[in-house]
Structure formats: structure tokens, C-alpha cells
Design a protein around this ligand. Structure first.
Ligand SMILES: Nc1ncnc2c1ncn2[C@@H]1O[C@H](COP(=O)(O)OP(=O)(O)OP(=O)(O)O)[C@@H](O)[C@H]1O
Length: 991
């Protein structure tokens, strides 16, 4: 603790101040360039000269009261130890200091280097230490690791100091495994496209990507630094809901991001509170951003598009192609292993194995909004059965029959009680349902195991009751309660439009954004959204740069055109080696990964690109195959990725899109280009709400991960590697899954196709990355209970059940859909870095100060305690019996963490992630300070919270956790804290 003294300004104090300032500056400077000792421990007393003294007197005479001033004096121990090295040297001139001998502070666990020449641990994670410098060689840019922000499936996220911009950034360091590497490139590409093309001004609440490079065989992606995620925020608020004003504010912002995604035709696929982070910027307070596009996929590139092509091809008598069957089987299998969306936020169509669109994100969004308000997840299903059971109970109704008819998992959860032919009739009448949900016993009988059923938090209430009965904050003035009641009605109506079983009726982001809950207009009657404007694709002819320079983009299946940019990081890619080919006026493999391999044998080409003078090919063991080149001459292609983004007319003659060049299929088991599965124009986009084209027996099984570029693919690759060995395996099936979207059909604009053989397998990646232990299926948690699923399902109580039929895309329109993968010819990394690079420097300390989670106050008499019937669960807190709820919470928070895994700072991810130590990253201190955090909403946003004393100009300065200590009956006991707070496994993606 610094000692603060007040005394007469003296020469010595002045000197000390100067010295202290110097020290600070020095320290700041040295923090980026390593510590440098300086002679500061003892400084000779220097008397002030006469002039200075006279100046002081003049100032005093002018009434500026500076005769006495406060100064901070560092205590002696501090002064002696701060420059300890120098002190030692003064004491003993022989003393030598070497920074190398310092013990390293490891951030990664385990920290034993066993792979990649000792750089990586057994999980293929780069072993991070404080002050490790991640170097982007090509740009001579250094990122100094300071802290660990988190880690997930793909690797670690470190807080780094960017010495170029003098600001902190978040760097995601991807595991050193090809599958992760490749998948991470998808995130890079999608985010780059979103940032650059769809949101150049950073207005849509999508995280910014600044840079990416390879360091020690790890792909590192540099993002803007953000702060706490919404799950952590709720946790800080003791799992009480946030104020309704904040819920409105955040909902609006998330919607903004989702609208952008919809425009771009991108499905996030993993929307959850953990993937929505607060911004650190003190300028844009109360701002959130969506992160983690590692699971994202293109709307028209879901597994279903493949399946549809399959079906199409089946009609064309291509079905017997073993390659296709194997691919379908494999996708299906991996989809089973790694279902799409985290369970609590999983939409019915994903759960049931029905075709999906961006509407699945809207479902997740509805769940998030409810959770922000309630502090608890709306559907904390311990298993998929439990999830569905809760949905049916809380929302009422069930998925429409047409979905159930075509979904592949229907028989797992429903029994057919009517005639399928009556589906249209039953839908029209809404009476006689054809399907009925299985009871727990029936499910058990079919599945031969008892389904996991989680704890009830809402005591069998429906959505209306849950929201209406949720406790109000005590001491809320009557008029505010009346106001909030109205807002809650709007919230219920809003949620109804989002957690709507029928994906065709679920509101789009645009429709939802017009809801009074978002606009703040008075809510007078159930909202009827105007029908969605038909999605009119725009043809975008963008000249493809002749120097795309990005082979691994192809590998990722998305090929940004990096204009004039020597994407040198490629050259250092551990996973893709580049070989120069003779000049070929051709366009590269069109991302085909050599799937049109013409008997390339062990060719390991992973993609290629061409330019007028050179043709490069990338070799990778990931996707051993040949490569393919399309001669494009000097013609500029459509502004699309060389992958299959162009909605090119399907050419039956090509089978599944296979190049007509000879020998396409033979050498390529599973090595088919993804282009082969590029939907024909008539299948280019899944019409929202259209019934599926495949029934329960369809190979489109499961809550499949839509994108083979998703984690499924990542896993598939890894697993395959695990099973089949590393690069060089002759023509493994990997190609099919690592090459995903690349290829495209030649069409009238395509040029003659050439083929090229890739020389042998990649020498670049034959190593220990094949680590079978690294990719494990995560289990699900939950406990069994004798909870019964209602055998008779109440008809839906949706107030807004009117159909909002969305116009299906015209089959022809698919030909020219606006393509998020269109490459911006003006793209450059520098531009990316220029954008929005200023805000990230504002740090979390500021942020922490400006937030308020709300003070701890008792709950009002509304709701669970005094409300009719005490509708919420009765739970114990694990703390001494008390009626002082405030004390109960404080008590609970002050418990040792080992008793409270759910609020441990190191609590593991709800999705099975390992615990992550987050340090001072904008987090409030624990204990009572949790509730001192304040947030400032942007001015103009109406809210119901108190204004900040700090900044009255912000109308939205509101308390976050305005619902205070819940009554005992609603406080979950430690063991019963919602699964959000337990091991994330309980939320696991895997059921
Ligand atoms: N830009 C950022 N600023 C601050 N923290 C971040 C940022 N990006 C990620 N994090 C932290 O790192 C964690 C993991 O990041 P992310 O979700 O992108 O990784 P992942 O491997 O894709 O995770 P998942 O297993 O959910 O797919 C996040 O939960 C968050 O806490």
C-alpha cells in the first residue's frame, strides 16, 4: 500500500515524485521490451534551487494553494524491492542478473512440453508463459502474452500486448492439429468477411478480427480485446436476472448481430451467453459483441445441402456411388458425435434432426434473452429428452407435424398416433396431431436407458407464468412496478416469437427488431410481424484478385481474396506447404483440394491458387489428394470464392459435381471435392420453413453439425488421423471433409479444367499431432428423476401463432445469392488493423468501474415468495437457514469455492471446458463488490434502472441485477445451482 502523506512541498518530495514518475514510465516502457534495471533504489538528495522555491511562493501568493500538496511516497520496503536487482548490485557489485534464469509463469496447463519440440503440451496447446512473445514474422509484429483469457475447443485465448499499437488484444492460439487449424481458418474467413464486407464500420456487434499468423505451428488469431461474457455476468449477479432495461439493450444488440449474420447467410451455430462478451471500451459502454465463429457455417452449406444433392443425385441414379454413401455416412456419424448448438440453446429442428437455417440462431437468442431476465437457463435440459420435455412444457405445443414427419430423430422422441396423410389437415385444424411426445417410460422402453432429467426450476410453469411471477426488486416504486409489468408482457410476447417450435414461423432478426420490447414502444397487443421481405439475392461481380495468395483459405473451404497481399503466413503454415508450379494462366483448384485428382496417387495437395504468372499448390497431409486447376485465363470470375459459392447450375453430366476430367472418382475414396456436393441451383438454399425432403431414414441424421467445416469436420479429421494415420495415407477419406466447400462446377464461365498431380504426401506435417487422447467426446451430465413427460400435449399457447410464411427462395435465385464469401479485392490486413483498432486499449478496470450489477436488496413481495402458490422451486442454499436473503447470498458467495463449484472463478466451462483462470480482466472483486459494478447504457436508450451518479448524461445508466436476493425458495442450493454454473459438461454439446 502506498503511503499518502500531506506535507510541505519540499525539494526532496519533488525529486521523489519525479523519480517515481520516471519509474512508472520506465516500467511501462520495459513491460513491452523486457525489464531493464535502473539506478533508482537510492537517489542522492538534491536541494531545490532558489528559483523553484520562488516560483512556489508566487503560486501560493496567487492563491493556488500549492504550498501544501499531497504526494505519494513509496514505502521503504517498496522502494527497496521494486528495483531489487539494482539494490543487489549496489550491495554487491559482483551480482549479475539474467532474465533467463527467472522462473517462468505458466499460463497453460499442463505445462510440460511433450509435442512440437517441447513447445506444445500433450493437448497440442502451445505452452504459454507470461511475457512470451508471439511473433508475426512477416509483419514483424509482436504480441506479448500477459494473461490467459479463456480456452475452448480450439485452443487458448490470451490477452496480449500489441507493441505496435500499444494496446491489448485477444489472441486465440489454435491447437497444433490440422483439423483445428483448418477449422480455425473458417472462423478467420467468416469473421474477416463479416467485418470487412458486411460491417466495415463496426456497428453490428460482431467481434473484430485484426490479424492472424502462424507461430510455432500454431495458428494465432488476433481479435479485439473484449471483457466478461454474459454467463459470467449472470454468475456475478448470483444467478439473478439482469434488469429488464439491460435485457432490452442487450437483446437489441444481439439482434443487430444476428441480422447481419442473416444477411450474410451465416449461421453462428453456437450462440450462448458464453459467446457474447461485453466490450471493454469505456466509450461504448454497455456494448456487447458476438464471438466464436468457429462453429459457424453458411446457411446454404449445411449438411442438408449435401443431403439434398445426394437425393438429387439419387434420382439421377448416382446413388450407388460408394464415395457419396461413405461421405454421407461419415458426416452423419460425426454429426452424431458432435451435435450442433449447445444443448440448452439447441433448437427443436436441430434436436430433431431437421433441416436448419439461421432460424436456429433465433431460437438460441430467445433462450439467451430469457436467461438474461431469469438468471437461469430457460431449458436446462440434462439430456435431449429432458430438453424437449421442458420445451413442450414451458412453451406449450410441440414441433409441427411437417417437421416431425421429415426430421430424422422424430421416432426417438415421438410416437405416431395418426395418419401421416393427415398432416396437412391436422396442421390446418391444429387439432388432431399426428405425433405425440413419448412419456419418460416410453422413451426408456425405446432407448433402453433412463433419460437424464434435470432439476425443475420453474415448477412446471409455462412461459407466461415464469416471466410474470419472477420476483421484482424490493423497494421498486409502484409506478416502476406497473411499468415493468407492461414490459414483462412485451417480453413474453417477444419470447413467444423466438422460441417458436415452427422454424418457418419463428421471427427473423428483422421481424424481432420491430417488436415493442426492442423498440421501446408501448406494448398494447400481441405483435404481428410483417411478413419477411423475400430474400432477394444480389449478383455481385467482384473481380477476383490475381494474387489471392491464400492457399490455406482454400483449405478452409473459404477463399478470401487477399488483394495484393503476400500472405506470408502461408509460407510458415505448418500444415500447408507451398510448391511453385510453372506459370499457368489458371485459377487454382477452385478450392477443390484436388478432389478431381487424376490418379495422383499419394498426392497431398490441399488446394491451390493461380495467378497469371504462377500457380501454387499447397500440400497437406490433411487432405491427401491431388489437386485441380481451372484455367481461367485472364477472365475475372464472379466475385466469389473459388469454392462452390457460385450458384452454378448443376450439371448432371458431372455426377455429383465431379469434374468431367478423366479419372475423377477412381483414385479418390471420399476425396470428392465438396464441390461435388454443391447444391444445384434448385437446392442452393434451404427454403425457410419448407418441409424437408428426407424422412427419418434419411442419412441426414441427427443434430448434425451442419457445416462439415464445423467442429464435426475438425473432429472428423482428427479422428480419422487418429485412426488411419498421418499424412501420406493413400488417398484417405480426409479429403472429403477437409475440403468441404471448395470446388465448384464448371459452368459457362468456367474454363477448361486441368488437372495436376501433386507430388507425394506432405512432408510438412507428419508428427505427433496425432494424439488420440485429444479429441474426446464430452459426456453430459444431469441426473435421472422420476419426471414424467406429459403424454398429452397441450396445444400451443402462442399468442402470435399466425403464420408468417416466408417466401421461399426461387430456385433460380440461388444462382446469385449474395455471398459472404465474396472476396473483397481491396482487402488487406492493414485495412483490417486500421479499423477499430483504437478501442481495445481501454481496459477492464475502467469498464469494471462503470458497471453496476445492482446492489443486494431483498426481493419484493411479488413473485415466488408472496406470489400465488409460490410457484418457484423450493431449494436450499447450502448456507445457514436464513430469511435474510441478502445475507444468504453474501454468505453463499463467501463460501470457499470448493463448496461452490458453480461460482468458482475457475469454474469449468458449462460445456465441458476446463477451468480457466481469468485475472483482472475487467472483473469486479468478489464479495460485496460484485454488486458495485455499474453499467452505462448508451444515451437515448430507455431503461428502468437508476442513473449513474457518474454520468448523468447517460440515460441508460442502470443497475444490472435489479432483481435482488430471491426468496429462499428460489435460491438454488449449491448442488442445485442451475447447470449453467456446474460443470459445463452439463451443458455439453454432446448428449
Ligand atoms: N476477443 C476476446 N476478448 C476477450 N476474451 C475472449 C475473446 N475471445 C475469446 N475470449 C475468451 O476465450 C474463451 C474461449 O474463446 P472461444 O469461444 O472463441 O474459443 P473456442 O475454442 O472456440 O470455444 P468453444 O469450445 O466454445 O468453441 C471465451 O469464452 C472468452 O472467455
Amino acid at each position: 500500500m502506498d503511503e499518502v502523506r500531506v506535507g510541505v512541498s519540499s525539494c526532496s518530495s519533488e525529486a521523489e515524485q519525479t523519480q517515481s514518475r520516471d519509474t512508472v514510465e520506465e516500467t511501462a516502457a520495459s513491460s513491452s521490451s523486457g525489464w531493464r534495471p535502473r539506478e533508482l533504489a537510492f537517489v542522492a538528495f538534491v536541494p531545490r534551487d532558489k528559483e523553484e522555491q520562488q516560483e512556489d511562493e508566487r503560486v501560493n501568493a496567487a492563491g493556488k494553494f500549492l504550498k501544501y500538496r499531497a504526494f505519494v511516497r513509496r514505502p521503504l520496503v517498496g522502494r527497496l524491492t521494486k528495483e531489487i536487482v539494482e539494490t543487489y548490485r549496489i550491495c554487491n557489485p559482483q551480482f549479475k542478473y539474467s532474465e533467463d534464469l527467472n522462473p517462468k509463469r505458466f499460463l497453460t496447463s499442463p505445462s510440460t512440453g511433450v509435442l512440437n519440440d517441447g513447445y506444445d503440451n500433450a493437448n497440442s496447446d502451445l505452452i504459454l508463459t507470461v511475457n512470451l512473445v508471439l511473433i508475426h514474422v512477416e509483419k514483424s509484429r509482436r504480441y506479448i502474452v500477459k494473461d490467459l483469457l479463456g480456452h475452448g475447443t480450439f485452443g487458448q485465448v490470451a490477452k496480449c500486448w500489441d507493441s505496435d499499437t500499444n494496446s491489448f488484444v485477444a489472441v486465440k492460439i489454435i491447437k497444433n492439429q490440422p483439423a483445428y487449424y483448418q477449422q480455425a481458418l473458417v472462423e478467420v474467413t467468416i469473421l474477416t468477411t463479416l467485418n470487412k464486407k458486411y460491417d466495415p464500420e463496426d456497428k453490428n456487434h460482431i467481434v473484430r478480427i485484426y490479424d492472424y499468423f502462424v507461430y510455432q505451428r500454431h495458428l494465432c488469431i488476433c481479435f479485439e480485446l473484449l471483457d466478461t461474457n454474459l454467463y459470467e455476468l449472470i454468475k456475478m449477479n448470483h444467478f439473478r436476472g439482469l434488469s429488464i432495461g439491460i435485457v432490452q439493450l442487450f437483446s437489441k444488440q444481439i439482434l443487430c448481430g444476428l441480422a447481419l449474420l442473416k444477411d450474410a447467410g451465416i449461421i453462428h451455430c453456437d450462440l450462448k451467453p458464453e459467446n457474447i462478451l461485453l466490450c471493454t471500451s469505456s466509450v461504448k459502454q454497455a456494448e456487447i459483441k458476438i464471438i466464436d465463429f468457429g462453429s459457424a457455417c453458411m446457411e446454404n452449406r449445411t449438411v442438408y445441402s449435401y443431403i439434398q444433392v445426394y437425393i438429387h443425385c439419387r434420382k439421377k441414379a448416382f446413388m450407388i456411388n460408394p464415395v457419396v454413401i461413405l461421405i454421407i455416412w461419415y458426416l452423419n456419424y460425426m454429426s452424431y458425435l458432435f451435435p450442433l448448438q449447445s444443448r440448452y440453446y439447441r433448437s427443436p429442428e436441430v434436436l430433431l434432426g431437421y433441416q436448419y437455417t439461421t432460424a436456429i440462431d433465433m431460437w438460441s437468442f430467445g433462450c439467451i434473452v430469457a436467461e438474461l431476465f431469469l438468471g437461469l437457463p430457460l431449458f436446462p435440459g440434462a439430456s435431449e429428452f429432458d430438453l424437449l420435455r421442458r420445451m413442450i412444457e414451458i412453451i406449450g405445443g410441440q414441433p409441427p407435424d411437417y417437421v416431425l414427419r421429415d426430421a430424422k430423430n422424430t421416432s426417438k422422441f415421438f410416437k405416431c398416433i395418426g395418419s401421416l396423410q393427415n398432416i396437412e389437415i391436422s396442421e390446418g385444424s391444429k387439432n388432431g396431431r399426428v405425433y405425440q411426445a413419448l412419456t419418460e417410460e416410453e422413451y426408456e422402453a425405446r432407448d433402453l436407458k433412463k433419460p437424464s432429467i434435470g432439476k425443475e426450476y420453474f415448477n412446471n410453469m409455462n412461459l407466461e407464468a415464469i416471466v410474470t411471477n419472477y420476483p421484482y426488486r424490493k423497494n421498486l416504486p409502484k409506478e416502476d412496478i406497473a411499468k415493468e409489468k407492461q414490459t414483462r408482457l412485451a417480453l413474453i410476447d417477444f419470447l413467444r416469437g423466438l422460441v417458436e417450435f415452427d422454424p418457418a414461423k419463428r421471427w427473423s432478426p428483422f421481424q424481432a427488431s420491430k417488436h415493442p420490447f426492442i423498440t421501446g414502444e408501448p406494448f398494447t397487443h400481441p405483435y404481428r410481424p410483417s411478413p419477411e421481405t423475400p430474400y432477394i439475392p444480389v449478383v455481385q461481380n467482384i473481380k477476383v484478385d490475381n494474387h489471392p495468395g491464400g492457399g490455406h483459405w482454400f483449405a478452409a473451404g473459404l477463399s478470401p481474396n487477399v488483394s495484393g497481399k503476400n500472405r506470408a503466413s502461408l509460407y510458415s503454415s505448418p500444415h500447408f506447404q507451398m510448391a511453385q508450379h510453372p506459370p499457368a494462366n489458371s485459377y487454382g483448384s477452385v478450392g477443390s483440394h484436388g478432389s478431381y485428382n487424376d490418379g495422383a496417387g499419394l498426392g497431398s495437395s490441399y488446394g491451390s491458387y493461380g495467378e497469371s504468372s504462377n500457380m501454387f499448390a499447397y500440400y497437406s497431409p490433411i487432405a491427401p489428394s491431388g489437386m485441380n486447376m481451372h484455367n481461367q485465363g485472364s477472365m475475372s470470375m464472379l466475385g466469389n470464392s473459388p469454392d462452390a459459392r457460385r450458384r452454378i447450375k448443376y450439371q448432371p453430366g458431372n455426377g455429383l459435381g465431379v469434374s468431367p476430367s478423366g479419372g475423377n472418382f477412381a483414385p479418390l475414396p471420399l476425396g470428392a471435392s465438396p464441390s461435388q456436393f454443391t447444391p444445384p441451383s434448385s437446392y442452393s438454399q434451404i427454403p425457410v420453413g419448407s418441409p424437408g425432403h428426407f424422412g427419418p431414414t434419411s442419412p441426414a441424421r441427427g443434430a448434425s453439425h451442419g457445416s462439415p467445416l464445423g467442429k464435426t469436420a475438425a473432429a472428423s479429421q482428427f479422428n480419422r488421423r487418429k485412426n488411419w494415420g498421418h499424412s501420406g495415407s493413400p488417398q484417405t477419406q480426409e479429403t472429403a471433409f477437409s475440403s468441404h466447400w471448395h470446388g465448384q462446377y464448371p459452368d459457362s464461365t468456367s474454363q477448361a479444367e486441368g488437372t495436376s498431380q501433386a507430388p507425394g504426401s506432405s512432408p510438412s506435417y507428419i508428427q505427433s499431432n496425432i494424439n488420440p487422447g485429444n479429441w474426446k467426446q464430452r459426456g453430459s451430465g444431469g441426473v435421472s428423476a422420476n419426471q414424467k413427460i406429459p403424454s398429452m400435449v397441450m396445444p400451443g399457447s402462442n399468442m402470435n401463432s399466425q403464420s408468417t410464411e416466408l417466401t421461399h427462395d426461387n430456385v433460380e435465385t440461388g444462382f446469385s445469392l449474395p455471398d459472404p464469401g465474396d472476396w473483397d479485392p481491396n482487402y488487406s490486413d492493414e485495412l483490417l488493423l486500421q479499423e477499430g483498432g483504437s478501442d481495445e486499449s481501454s481496459l477492464s478496470t475502467e469498464f469494471g468501474r462503470s458497471m453496476n450489477l445492482g446492489s443486494i436488496e431483498p426481493w419484493s413481495g411479488f413473485g415466488r415468495l408472496n406470489g400465488p402458490g409460490q410457484t418457484f422451486s423450493t431449494v436450499e442454499m447450502g448456507s445457514p437457514p436464513t430469511h435474510d436473503f441478502q445475507a444468504a447470498y453474501i454468505h453463499s458467495m463467501s463460501k470457499p469455492f470448493h463448496l461452490m463449484p458453480h461460482i468458482s472463478q475457475n469454474s469449468p466451462s458449462r460445456f465441458g471446458h476446463q477451468s480457466v483462470q481469468r485475472f483482472t480482466h475487467g472483473r469486479p472483486p468478489q464479495g460485496s463488490d460484485w454488486n458495485q459494478i455499474k453499467i452505462q447504457a448508451p444515451s437515448g436508450f430507455s431503461n428502468v434502472g437508476p442513473r449513474s451518479p457518474r454520468n448523468a448524461s447517460f440515460t441508460g445508466n442502470m443497475s444490472w441485477g435489479r432483481r435482488m436476493n430471491p426468496p429462499t425458495s428460489s435460491i438454488p442450493p449449491i448442488s442445485n445451482i442451475p447447470p449453467t454454473s456446474r460443470s459445463r459438461k452439463d451443458y455439453a454439446r454432446i448428449d
